[in-house]
Each structure stands twice: as C-alpha cells, then as structure tokens.
Ligand binder design. Structure first.
Ligand code: NAP
Ligand code: MG
Length: 404
C-alpha cells in the first residue's frame, strides 16, 4: 500500500457519546487511519468528560475550531433530567451543539446523501432539498422561567446608558411558563449571506420561510434583513448564476415542499431548521443519510452527522448485539472535514482520498451492502441487512481495492 497521506495542518476532532462514539472509533480505525497520517487536536465531549470539566471542554473545542478552521464532531447527548440520573450529573449542561454554534455563529447546511437504490418517500421529489438552518439564538439561547402563580410578566430592555424600555408580555392568571429569546441583526445578515453564497456555489434557488404574519417584529426582522441582503448584495450574483430567491410563510413552504420536485436551498430559522431537517432526512431515506455542516461567517466550518447518538442501539450494543447502525453520515462528516482541510491547505491528495471514501460508502450501498434502515427501503431489496461492523468492512475493502 502507498504511504499514508500527510496533512499540513490539523483538524479539530470532537468525540461524543453512545452508539456514535462506538462507530466513530471504528470509522477512524478502518477507514481513515490506514490512509491518512491524521493530524488532529482531540476533544472528548462525552457527557462523562463534560461533567468532569464542568463543560469547559465544550467551549474549548469550539475555540479550537475558530483557531484551526476545520472541525469534525461526533453526536453528543444533550443532558435532560433522565440523563442527569443516568450519568449522575451535578448539573444540566446546555446542549453542546448550542454552545458551539453560539461561539461560531453561522448557518448549518443539511443535505441528504443520495443513493440510486433508495427513492424518497415523497414521490414528486427528483432532487435533494438542502436545509440551511440559522444556528444562532431563538429558543437555543433563551431564558425560561417557571411561573408559580398569577402575576405580571414584562419585557425590559436597558441600554448601555441605563435608558429603559418596558412592555407588558401578559397578566398571568395562574402558574405557567415564560420564555425570553433574542437574535442579532448581524447574525441574521450573516445567515442570509451564507445562504446566498452556498446557493450560488451549488446553483440552487433559495427559499426563506418564517412567520412574520404572527411575529411581526421578530420574524418580520428576519424577513426584512434577508430581503435587504438579497437586494443590496446578491441580486445581480443570483441572476448571473441563474437562481432565484423568494420568501414565503413557513406553513406555505411546508405545503410547497411536499408537492414540489426538490432541488433548492430552504433557509429556515433555528427551530424550523431543526425540525424540518429531520423531516427531509427521513423522507429522503434515513436520518443516517443526512450530512450537516456548520459554516461560520468568520470562515471556520464544523462537520457532523445530523442524527443523534442512537441511544436505543447503544443499549442493545451494550448487551452484546452487533446493531445495524448506519455510519454513513459520520463517514461523510470525516470526508467533509478532510476535503475542507485539503482545500484550505491546497493538498489535493487528501481531497482525492475524501472523495474516494465517499464513493466507496455509496458504491457499497448501491451494490446491496447496507444497514437495516436502508435495507427496508432499497429497491431491489438486499439479500440481508448488514450490521455496522460488516458495512464498515464492506466500505473498507472497496476503499482498499480502489487504493491498489
Ligand atoms: P437519534 O440518535 O437521532 O435516533 C433516533 C432514531 O433514529 C433511532 O432510534 C433510529 O431508529 C434512527 N437513527 C438515527 N440515526 C441512525 C443511524 N445512524 N442508523 C440507524 N438508525 C438511526 O435521536 P434520539 O435517540 O432521539 O437521541 C439520542 C441522543 O442524541 C439524545 O441524548 C440527544 O440529546 C442526542 N442528539 C444529539 C445530536 C447531535 O449531537 N448532533 C442530535 C440529535 C440528538 P430505530 O430505533 O428505529 O432504528
Ligand atoms: Mg434535531
């Protein structure tokens, strides 16, 4: 075999939890390390290590991505009460993804990985739909309050000179809940810019959806700034690239999406993007066939899988079962990061390897070697569904053969 491919600069490697942590190690061992002399700065974001470092490791990993420019991240548990008990946590740490996104800002692009033997469950879709999820603010960086009894709720803003503006939210008639959230003009504008840059690059029309008829000021601001960025910075460039931009209400967008042919970039607010990307991923085949990349307006990028830690599979794996968990999105997170590193460092050999690995992962599936989530949907139906170990071996042997 040829010598391993050298890397000029390191990437940030962020390890995670449960089943994806198991897959992560195997993908690295069998698909990356035999070919690449990996330079990586490693951060362990397992819940156990986040607890041990009182979550300091999460912010450190995000700052490392800012510094080095490229990161690859495994799925991580977002702690809740059940996890607090399960892992004996001192505190409910915030979602690591929310922490990383609030440091890097930016937009998450989610794109289904297309394989020829799987047809989307929406029969009219002919091309993939890419979701652009605004990755800053809204409910992901909000303040919440449990209200014990009746009383007045107000919104108060105090500017840096001490000037105060106060409006009523509601008169609570009894116990309940309140939520205060925000966004920043700069973040919304950079969201719009990232969307247009990505869309021009990929030649995709842009749809942006929000709910400005109800949220006239908050969502209205999103609509206004998105339009402003389009009109002042991108109108000519979009026309030159032959792509269009249009704004519509989120409910209208949903209706159009399931009747349309696909093949566009759907720019969504943070929560809409969270929900809609899982819908697009599932309807395109499987949650495990969705890539996800966070693009910061300052330049750095972080690649991950769109799915979570596949908790239920992990419990079965712990009992000794070789589960049929699909590692494709994790493989594409690695290839995305390596290809980006190659582009920034001008090391085409590394970029070429990333492409070969992606081709091997797709070719295995198209040749009938796939995990159960895909085997259920594939035409023709494969003889058997592989466990994750067998699938990774199938990709490894294709990669090896292609390498010789
Ligand atoms: P999940 O891990 O995405 O899994 C939900 C279900 O989707 C699984 O039970 C499985 O269905 C299917 N699935 C997802 N990925 C799969 C894969 N690679 N191969 C095969 N099937 C796959 O979501 P969850 O179970 O709701 O969440 C588990 C943990 O992940 C939570 O603690 C959550 O906080 C965390 N999470 C992390 C991230 C992230 O770090 N990016 C994102 C979302 C959730 P079947 O059981 O039917 O096979
Ligand atoms: Mg989600």
């Amino acid at each position: 075999m040829a010598a391993r491919i050298p890397m000029k600069n390191p990437i940030v490697e962020i390890d995670g939890d449960e089943m994806t942590r198991v897959l992560w190690a195997l993908v690295k061992e069998k698909l990356i390390l035999p070919y690449v002399d990996l330079k990586a700065e490693y951060y362990d974001l397992s819940l156990t290590n986040r607890e041990a470092t009182e979550d300091a490791v999460t912010a450190e990993s995000a700052r490392a991505i800012s510094r080095l420019g490229v990161g690859v991240k495994c799925a991580t548990i977002t702690a809740n009460e059940a996890r607090k008990t399960e892992y004996h946590l001192k505190a409910l740490y915030p979602s690591p993804n929310a922490t990383i996104r609030s440091i890097l800002d930016g937009t998450v692009f989610r794109k289904p990985i297309v394989v020829s033997c799987i047809k989307p469950s929406v029969s009219t879709w002919k091309k993939p739909i890419v979701i652009a999820r605004h990755a800053y603010g809204d409910i992901y960086k909000s303040a919440e309050l449990l209200i014990p009894s009746a009383g007045k709720v107000e919104l108060v803003y105090t500017d840096t000179d001490g000037f105060e503006k106060r409006i009523p939210v509601t008169e609570m008639t009894g116990s309940g809940v309140v939520l205060g959230m925000h966004n920043l003009d700069e973040s919304i504008k950079s969201f719009a810019r990232s969307c247009f840059l990505y869309a021009i690059d990929e030649k995709l029309p842009v749809w942006f959806s929000a709910k400005d008829t109800i949220s006239k000021i908050y969502d209205g601001r999103f609509k206004e700034l998105f339009n402003q960025i389009y009109e002042t910075e991108f109108k000519g460039k979009c026309a030159a690239a032959g792509i269009t931009y249009f704004y519509t209400l989120i409910d209208d967008a949903v209706a159009r999406v399931v009747k349309g042919e696909g093949g566009f970039l759907w720019a969504c607010k943070n929560y809409d993007g969270d929900v809609m990307s899982d819908m697009i991923a599932s309807a395109s085949g499987s949650l495990a066939m969705m890539t996800s990349v966070l693009v910061s307006p300052k330049g750095p990028v972080e690649y991950e899988a769109a799915h979570g830690t596949v908790q239920q599979h992990y419990y079965r794996w712990q009992k000794g079962e070789k589960t049929s968990t699909n590692p494709v999105a994790l493989i594409f997170a690695w290839t995305g990061a390596l290809a980006k590193r190659a582009e920034l460092d001008n090391t085409p050999e590394l970029g070429g390897f990333a492409k070969k690995l992606e081709q091997a992962a797709v070719a295995a599936i198209e040749n009938g070697e796939m995990t159960a989530d895909l085997a259920r949907l594939a035409v023709p139906t494969p003889v058997k569904a592989l466990d994750f170990w067998e699938y990774i071996d199938a990709v490894a042997s294709r990669l090896y053969r292609g390498w010789l």
